[in-house]
Design a binder for this molecule. Structure first.
Ligand SMILES: [Fe+2]
Length: 263
């Protein structure tokens, strides 16, 4: 089995114009793409794990389309709580499928990658309704002999931050989700977004990572229960490399690309 490598970007929060917390989301995203092209052009694909748009406007998806249209590496998109499924499909009709959600499957080098849609309308928290859950169940059953990887926006594990855990912002019915996943020894890794931070974790036999947003980050350093602080830490993307028996996650803070010291 060949080595497979993907780049994990998350939470672009693209807007129609201007700045968000003093940051220009589209120029940040373009910087990330330039950096990936420069340093990781041997990647098999790029995944963006939701919150593609900040307000879900058609225009923001058009901006996204224009930015990724001629990118030399395949880019796969999923939705987050800030996205609008109907507006997204107006600009990316190729994502439309019979299950009515943006859920799909790709294969690279005999590895199976499942992309989930956890968007619950008008809700910050995430959901896999009966239909989406059954779709996942069926795909897991059909692909139980190959190494399998999952992408989703909402955190399916405790993040350590109150609002994303007991505050209802994470994936609802996490127990049911894990009850299903723990039956499949072939599931290797999950990459998710939503937290706007770097996280590495394991749950049962599966490893997981979250990556920082390309825009603002969320503070991990506060111990106050319901406090939510938006902070200006540098953005990053994650690099995930898989070999036969291993998965490695590293992060690159792409704004500092030009600051390379040489003897
Ligand atoms: Fe976000």
């Amino acid at each position: 089995m060949r080595k497979t490598k993907y780049i994990h970007i998350s939470d672009l929060h693209l807007i129609d114009r201007g700045h968000l917390y003093g940051i220009n989301p589209i120029s940040r995203f373009k910087k990330a793409l330039e950096s990936i092209k420069k340093h990781h052009n041997n990647s098999d694909f790029v995944v963006i794990t939701g919150d593609l748009s900040d307000k879900g406007s058609v225009k923001s998806y058009e901006i996204l389309k224009e930015a990724i249209d001629s990118f030399p590496i395949p880019i796969h998109l999923i939705l987050g709580n800030h996205d609008s499924r109907s507006n997204f499909l107006k600009v990316f009709p190729e994502y439309e499928n019979s299950n009515k959600f943006i859920q799909y499957l790709k294969e690279y080098d005999d590895r199976v990658f499942i992309f989930l849609d956890t968007l619950a309308k008008k809700n910050t928290g995430g959901k896999l309704c009966k239909k989406r859950f059954k779709w996942l169940k069926d795909r897991l059953k059909e692909n139980s002999s190959k190494p399998l990887y999952i992408f989703m926006h909402h955190n399916p594990i405790e993040s350590g931050m109150y609002l994303f855990d007991d505050g209802g912002w994470g994936l609802e019915k996490r127990d049911k989700f894990w009850e299903l996943l723990e039956k499949y020894e072939n599931i290797k890794h999950i990459s998710f977004g939503h937290i706007h931070q770097e996280i590495m974790a394991s749950e049962n036999h599966i490893t997981l990572n979250c990556t920082k947003a390309t825009v603002h980050q969320i503070a991990y350093f506060t111990s106050l229960k319901e406090e939510y602080l938006t902070i200006a830490e540098d953005p990053a993307y994650a690099i995930i490399e898989m070999k036969k028996k291993s998965t490695r996650v590293s992060w690159h803070k792409f704004l500092k690309d030009e600051e390379i010291f040489q003897e």
